[in-house]
Design a protein around this ligand. Structure first.
Ligand code: 8BR
Length: 481
């Protein structure tokens, strides 16, 4: 098949180009993930601990925070019923203790977008990955893959230098541990008066938000930011951690402002530098809107997100109908997704919006973006191979190992979705059938790339694939600039 060959060429082209990059700056969030793959037995045990009517009531409430175990069970049920990923915060360590006692975890590993992206880029052999995590503890530092190319700023006697994470941590800090409950397609669930089969592999994340967590940058590191250069780009994430108010009187506005300053300083140090923000589910609408309109809009070049987050973003930006139509999927799902992504590009003044979905990726590009459409497309194809390798093995040790992803076939479902979308595009004269066949779309005020992606039928794990896709495509794009 055509797309298989294109994947192969794109992968080897990117592989050759990556060593020429200076490096990437990656911030802010990393944590330790405690992972448990649920089976049907676990479920009946968990559900058995509660009264069915209580679970049913709590499902109806749709808790936005895990304050007690019943909130967790309700959100797990909702997530499994729809096969939809969810991330729900918890501000105490009670649920952590409860889960350790009643469930236990299979293994622990690096978590958090910045942590995952740093390790991925480090393993791909980038010359330099400057990771910055404001709460780098000793235990957390151990989860960075030690190959020598991942460095973290450290302040000593007022002077900032780059050190391996194991030499840069703050010995006084505690660690942030998240729980990831993974479940599989076709699991039978009977609970709270309903019985269903899980529609697809996914997971529920309980995200730990200890009170001391602050998404900001050490003042001295900010002032000596030039010591982190040269880098070609920055990938920023973790904004979902910002809270409306803090006990010390600071508010989200302080952290938004702090982050914008960092972005503007990076750009002033190197005007060519590209800034990417990776979004994830943000429950709080005020925060979601502030991140989009204050941090992303006008300040960053590139945005990476999944379909749920496209809908959520559209929703707070005032496009409710479009948002619902993206969520509902169905006949018009991909068209709404496309329109929604274009809207985000325009409203947020972005150069690039990369949406990943199961089976296909869409990348909307502002006119005047720096590469050819083929180069942009190949960057996405490279990330599709990485995603497949990540799903296959749960980890990518190096570029050679990533080649395993080439053996994974392009998703038949993805190809079918694209075929249905072709009529929309050609009908609107966005492209000819030939151009569509290459994955190129030409709008009046934007260009776009649409590729079918490789999907592993029985993935080893699904966590971190979204970050892998966004980071892979972004770094491959930088390598071609
Ligand atoms: P988020 O975590 O941001 O939702 O991203 C997950 C992405 O992983 C999806 O958009 C999809 O493209 C990809 N993915 C999933 Br989920 N399962 C996959 C699989 N089995 N093989 C390849 N990619 C997968």
């Amino acid at each position: 098949e055509e797309w298989e060959q294109r994947h192969k060429e794109a992968f080897y082209d990117a592989k050759e180009a990556l060593p020429y990059l200076d490096g990437m700056f990656v911030a802010y969030n990393s944590n330790i993930d405690a992972i448990r793959h649920l089976n049907e037995e676990d479920l009946s045990k968990l559900f058995g601990l509660f009264d069915e009517a209580d679970i049913q009531d709590r499902v109806a409430v749709y808790p936005r925070e895990i304050a007690e175990p019943l909130d967790f069970v309700a959100r797990l049920l909702i997530s499994m019923r729809e096969g939809k990923a969810a991330e729900v915060p918890s501000y105490t360590s009670d649920i952590h203790e409860w889960l350790k006692e009643h469930l236990g975890f299979d293994y622990a590993r690096m978590g958090g977008q910045a942590g995952i992206i740093s390790n991925l880029l480090g393993q791909l052999g980038l010359n330099k990955v400057v990771a910055y995590v404001p709460w780098l503890s000793e235990e957390q530092a151990e989860y960075f893959k030690a190959k020598g190319n991942i460095l973290h700023p450290k302040v000593e006697n007022g002077k900032v230098s780059l050190k391996p994470p194991g030499e840069a941590f703050n010995p006084e800090l505690g660690s942030k541990v998240n729980w990831i409950l993974e479940y599989s397609k076709d699991m039978s669930v009977t609970c709270a008066g309903s019985s269903f089969k899980v529609p697809r592999d996914n997971r529920l994340i309980i995200s730990s938000r200890p009170k001391w967590l602050r998404l900001d940058m050490d003042k001295q590191i900010y002032e000596q930011l030039d010591t982190l250069l040269p880098v070609d780009g920055a990938m920023l994430s973790g904004y979902q951690m910002i809270k409306e108010e803090y006990e010390d009187g600071s508010t989200f506005k302080d952290y938004v402002e702090n982050s914008v300053k960092v972005i503007e300083k990076l750009k002033s140090l190197n005007p060519e530098l590209r800034i990417h923000v990776e979004l994830t589910s943000i429950q709080n609408r005020l925060i979601r809107k502030a991140i989009l309109t204050e941090i992303v809009a006008r300040h960053v070049h590139s945005l990476g997100l999944d379909t749920v987050e496209v809908a959520n973003a559209l929703n707070v930006l005032g496009y409710e109908e479009l948002s619902y139509s993206v969520i509902k999927k169905g006949e018009n799902g991909i068209m709404s997704l496309y329109q929604g992504a274009v809207q985000l590009m325009k409203d947020l003044d972005l150069e690039r919006v990369h949406v990943h979905s199961l089976g296909f990726y869409i990348c909307i590009l502002a006119k005047g973006h720096p590469l050819t459409l083929k180069e942009q497309r190949d960057s996405l194809l490279f990330s599709s191979v990485l995603a497949a390798a990540q799903a296959l093995n749960g980890n990518i040790e190096n570029l050679e190992e990533a080649e395993a992803g080439l053996e994974v076939p392009v998703s038949a479902k993805g190809l079918e979705d694209l075929e249905n979308f072709q009529l929309y595009c050609t009908g609107r004269r966005l492209c000819t059938p030939d151009e569509f066949e290459y994955g190129y779309i030409y709008g009046s005020d934007h260009d776009a790339i649409l590729i079918p992606s490789k999907v592993v039928e029985k993935p080893k794990a699904t966590v971190g694939i979204g970050d892998t896709i966004s980071a892979g495509a972004f770094v491959a794009m930088l390598a071609k600039m």
